[in-house]
Design a protein around this ligand. Sequence first.
Ligand SMILES: Nc1nc2c(ncn2[C@@H]2O[C@H](COP(=O)(O)OP(=O)(O)OP(=O)(O)O)[C@@H](O)[C@H]2O)c(=O)[nH]1
Ligand SMILES: [Mg+2]
Length: 311
Amino acid sequence: MNDLDTVFNDDVPEHHRSGVVAVVGRPNVGKSTLINAILGQKVAIVSPKPQTTRKQQLGIYTQPDAQLLFMDTPGIHKPQHKLGEYMVEVARQALRDADVVLWVLDVSAPPNAADRAIAEQLQITRSPVILALNKIDAAPEGDRSEHLALVNHTAAFEVSALKGLGVREILEDLIARMPEGPRYYPIDQVSEANMRFIAAEMIREKIMLHTDQEVPHAVAVEVQEYKERAEGAHYINAVIYVERDSQKGIIIGKSGAMIKQIGSEARQDLQKLVEAPVYIDLHVKVLKNWRSDEALMQRLGYRVPKDSDDR
Ligand SMILES: Nc1nc2c(ncn2[C@@H]2O[C@H](COP(=O)(O)OP(=O)(O)OP(=O)(O)O)[C@@H](O)[C@H]2O)c(=O)[nH]1
Ligand SMILES: [Mg+2]
């Protein structure tokens, strides 16, 4: 046992359970919303547009006798560019590392080709597959048989991540399936992300919410400076990268109205999180075709981990 183990595991009961839950599904089915609902806190950004989540993100759930590590993954989809390939690869690697796979499905629509492609991939995982039949609030009386028939599964739950329905039940089931193991993180830690990443994601979420078509997907946000001032205020200086001049104009908006709104909404969210005044300085720059350029992607933090990195 190393020092960290001793610190986190001081009061851990015998038969403590822990493990990794990979949360997978096609874009926009509600994976990030479900994780936020389980944790009772916003750790992952959410938007009505597909391909919101880009990187693997950990959500940490802790109770006295169990700790679950939820891996929020980008939606598995047919990639159109290098960034897309990266996102799908991230989701695949999460599958490989999981104790349980939680497949989120949207029951407000019939299964489609993207769902069937995921079913095919899940056939090769050795971990139990649990189905979260999500968005039941939007289809209360629907027939779930088509969704249930997609893949061999160990259990299935009807949930509404948005309304918090069925969330407790699914959590209890997942806990019961975890192997015995240590507490990996301190009890009050809900995420592995640092404030720089969270700030960048909050800004990106507002862009996803307020822009359309290609623009939200062509955006990357880089926090260049994050300072906690002596008086307690947080100061953030961030650059919004887009792929073309026309997109830059859209992000700035008429007389700067759009960028002002993005900054103001991100600031409000961050203030809630850090419970202190937040100041955000935003700039927009064009980085031509960054989504097709591996070197630029790496610079922006989208780097495919090599197998040898974590094994
Ligand atoms: N009606 C309804 N909408 C939901 C529910 N859960 C999520 N949503 C909505 O579905 C949209 C997508 O939610 P996300 O959590 O971003 O979906 P995701 O699967 O993480 O998407 P990607 O990150 O793009 O793969 C958002 O507009 C959510 O508010 C639900 O239970 N009911
Ligand atoms: Mg997501």
